[in-house]
Design a protein around this ligand. Sequence first.
Ligand code: DGY
Length: 309
Amino acid sequence: MERLRPVSDVWMWPENRAIPRGELLDRVRDAQGLYCMLTDGIDAELLAAAPRLAAVSQMAVGVDNVDLSACTERGIPVGHTPDVLTETTADTAFGLLIAAARRFREGMEDVLEGRWGEWDPAALLGRDLHGSTLGIVGLGRIGRAVARRAAGFRMRVLYNKRSRDHPAEERLGVEFRSFGALLAESDHVVVLTSLNSGTHGLIDRAALAMMKPTATLVNASRGQVVDTDALVEALSCGWIAAAGLDVTDPEPMPSSHRLVSLPNCLVVPHIGSATVRTRTLMAERAAENLVAALRGKQMPYCANPEVYG
Ligand code: DGY
């Protein structure tokens, strides 16, 4: 707000929950700039309701809630917040991996519910991370940051993405695999790909059936990359051993959902980038993008740079 006020009149949705759609459509009617969250659908309907809109700035790196081509067509730059959240989100993904593979949820529940008896040599046996094979689906900034963490655990790292990343292979010692080979060979799979038409439902029944029955699945990208019903089946039928999820489909995931009740599934509520420092940096970066656009300059972090022709 401090950065935006000197360049514009600012109205801010005052509540700590997503702005209702009707209110958003109403409020954008005269707006030239929009500072939004990943919970706001920036689509044709919104653009039609906002004839003066000249800049959209989202406080997130993922912009799957934004119709980028519609914005580009209207000449509207869309800002986002890459880089500043990479390491924090990689920490979360790695934390979920450790917690799910080593069965922290079941251990915590035993303690909370008074089931912690004498030390039992066969209780809550999990799977090792050190010395195991990690598969990373989507070797972008966060994927590479996870690979760096895995090196500290002496893990062998496989990756899959649209095209091979030779510099990353040289720098990080990661090995390319086809999607199927990665699923079959990995002891643990971390999903960090962005959500688009090619990755929607990527981790489906067929993919889960290819994984090892001892494998862990972590999703820190977007919930819709994993087919929720298929994951429930995989976790309850022993196709895979455990899952750690920062994102789900739907979101928020109701506490009554079958997935949440599964003891081998650990779910946290989309907190991948949630540290004081990182959220502050994201807020500042999003403001920086909007201020630049409102001053008629190029956004420093633009998700549709082709808009500048
Ligand atoms: C993003 O930035 O896309 C995350 O999901 C929230 O940090």
